[in-house]
Design a protein around this ligand. Structure first.
Ligand SMILES: Cc1ncc(COP(=O)(O)O)c(C=O)c1O
Length: 451
C-alpha cells in the first residue's frame, strides 16, 4: 500500500475496507437499489480535495460530489456561516416570513450572471427543481408550451426534467409516459457529429438544424425556449464550438424563443469564468444553477431577465424549503470563498496542468480517442479503435476501478459510459492534481496492457 508523507492518498486496507463492506450489506437491505453507488466506501470525514472513509483510508477526490465542491469539501467560511445560521434559525419558509439571506443571495446571482440588464432570481432545492421552474417561467412569459432540448442532455430525474434528458438507460427506461411538448435536436458534439461533418468546415450545420426543427417538428411560434448545457455534463463533457451555441441563440432571438442555460454542472468557475456562458459570449434569458452554489448544501436557482422572471403571478412559484436560510448563508459564504481564492483563475491553472500532464497520453495510451475540456472541466473519451471510434465502456469501467483501488475517486460520463471526467475541487493543490493524474495514468497503463 502506498503510504508517503506528501501523498494525499493513504490506503490502510484493500478497497473497500471491512467496515465499508459491512455497511454496504446494511445499505443493500435498507436502501432501494435504484440509488446506485460508484465506490462502496462509507465516508467519515472530508476536507478540501480529500475524503476519508470509516476504515481509515484517505482518497483524493476527483468527483467533488459530482461537481458540488468547487470550493472544496467544507470550505471554512461556508462551515462557519452554516454554524452561525444554525444558531439563529433553520427554517421559516420564505413564502410565509422572509429573511435577508434569500434576498442577498438573489442579489448576488442577479449581479454576477451574464447580461447587463435587470434580473431577478428564484431559489429552490435542487438542479432539477430549478430546471422545472425555468420551464414554468419561460412558458408563462411566452404563452408557448414547446421546449427544445438536446440529445445527450442531462437535466435531472423528476418527470419533466427526465423528459428533457436525452438518455434512456439508466435514466428514462421504464419511467414513462413523459411530459409532452419536448422536442429534440443533436448537440454540437464534434467527436461524434450526428451529421458526420467536421468542424469548422461544417459551418456549424448542427446548430442551423434548429430551423429544420421549426419546419419539421414544431412551429417556432409554439416554442417557449431552447434549453442547453454550455458544456455537456453527464453527456460526456462535450465542449461545443462557441459559434454553434451562438448560432442557436441568434436563431432563437429571430423567432422570439427564449434561451435557458443549464449551468448546474458548468457554473461557479468549473470551466474558468463564473459561468460557462461567459466563455461562449452568451447572455441567456434564464440561467439555472445548483450543485456548488451553497458549497455542499442543497440549493438551486433560476436567474434571468426581470420581465421574464416576473411573468408568473404571486403564488405561482415557490416551495416549502426553497432557498432554505442555512443554504442561503452557505451560498453567500461560498461566493466570498470563490472570490477570495480566485477560483476562476485557479480553474484555468488546473486546466493547464491537465493539458501539460496529458499531452503525451494519446501516444502512450491507444485507448484514448479524445481528450477535451475547458478550465477544470476535463475528460478523456476511451475507444477500442481510433478509426471506428467504438466506445470502450468496459475498459473505462476497469480504468475507474483501478483508480479507486489506488485511492483516486473518479467517475465516468457519456452516452456510452466511455468518458472519464475530472471534477476535482478547484482548491486542490498542484501536487494533488499531479498525484491524481499520475494515478489515472497508471490505471490507464494497466488497462491498456490488458486490452
Ligand atoms: C447539467 C445538469 N442539470 C441538472 C442536474 C440535476 O441537478 P440535481 O441532481 O441537483 O437535481 C444535473 C445533475 O447532475 C446536471 O448535471
Amino acid at each position: 500500500m502506498a503510504v508517503t508523507t506528501e501523498s494525499s492518498i493513504r490506503l490502510v486496507t484493500a478497497i473497500p475496507g471491512p467496515r465499508s463492506v459491512e455497511w454496504a450489506r446494511r445499505r443493500e437491505a435498507a436502501v432501494a437499489r435504484g440509488v446506485s453507488i460508484t465506490v462502496p466506501v462509507f465516508i467519515k470525514h472530508a476536507e478540501g480535495a480529500t475524503v476519508e472513509d470509516i476504515d481509515g483510508n484517505r482518497f483524493l477526490d476527483f468527483t467533488a460530489g459530482i461537481g458540488c465542491h468547487n470550493a472544496g469539501h467544507r470550505p471554512p467560511r461556508v462551515v462557519e456561516a452554516i454554524h452561525q445560521q444554525a444558531d439563529r434559525f433553520l427554517h421559516t419558509c420564505f413564502m410565509v416570513t422572509p429573511y435577508e439571506g434569500y434576498v442577498r443571495l438573489s442579489e448576488l446571482l442577479n449581479a454576477r450572471a451574464p447580461g447587463d440588464f435587470p434580473k431577478k432570481t428564484i431559489l429552490v432545492n435542487s438542479g432539477a427543481e430549478a430546471i422545472e421552474n425555468a420551464v414554468k417561467i419561460a412558458r408563462s412569459h411566452t404563452r408557448r408550451a414547446g421546449i427544445i432540448a438536446f440529445e445527450d442532455a442531462f437535466h435531472g430525474r423528476t418527470l419533466l426534467t427526465l423528459s428533457l434528458t436525452g438518455r434512456t438507460h439508466p435514466y428514462k427506461a421504464g419511467f414513462g409516459p413523459f411530459a409532452p411538448e419536448v422536442y429534440r435536436m443533436p448537440y454540437p458534439y464534434c467527436y461524434r457529429c450526428s451529421y458526420h461533418l467536421t468542424y469548422p468546415t461544417c459551418g456549424v450545420d448542427c446548430a442551423r438544424q434548429l430551423e429544420t426543427v421549426f419546419r419539421r417538428h414544431v412551429e417556432s411560434g409554439a416554442v417557449a425556449a431552447v434549453l442547453f448545457e454550455p458544456v455537456l455534463g453527464e453527456g460526456g463533457f462535450v465542449v461545443p464550438p462557441a459559434e454553434a451555441l451562438q448560432t442557436i441563440a441568434e436563431i432563437c432571438r429571430k423567432h422570439g424563443v427564449l434561451t435557458i442555460a443549464d449551468e448546474v454542472q458548468t457554473g461557479f468557475c468549473r470551466t474558468g469564468p463564473l459561468f460557462a456562458c461567459e466563455r461562449l459570449g452568451l447572455e441567456p434569458d434564464l440561467i439555472v444553477t445548483a450543485k456548488s452554489l451553497a458549497g455542499g448544501l442543497p440549493i438551486g436557482a433560476v436567474t434571468g431577465r426581470a420581465e421574464i422572471m416576473d411573468a408568473p403571478g404571486p403564488g405561482g412559484l415557490g416551495g416549502t424549503f426553497g432557498g432554505n436560510p442555512v443554504s442561503c448563508a452557505a451560498g453567500l459564504a461560498f461566493f466570498e470563498t470563490l472570490d477570495a481564492l480566485d477560483l476562476s483563475r485557479r480553474a484555468e491553472e488546473i486546466g493547464r496542468i491537465f493539458e501539460e500532464t496529458t499531452g503525451d497520453w494519446p501516444r502512450r495510451f491507444p485507448l484514448i480517442g479524445d481528450i477535451r475540456g475547458v478550465g477544470a472541466m476535463r475528460a478523456l473519451e476511451l475507444v477500442r479503435d481510433r478509426s471506428t471510434r467504438e466506445p470502450a465502456a468496459e475498459e473505462t469501467k476497469r480504468v475507474l476501478q483501478a483508480c479507486h483501488r489506488r485511492g483516486l475517486l473518479i467517475i465516468s460520463a457519456g452516452m456510452f459510459g466511455n468518458v472519464i471526467r475530472m471534477l476535482v475541487p478547484l482548491v486542490a493543490t498542484g501536487s494533488q492534481i499531479e498525484e491524481g493524474l499520475r494515478v489515472l495514468g497508471d490505471a490507464l497503463a494497466e488497462v491498456n496492457e490488458e486490452s
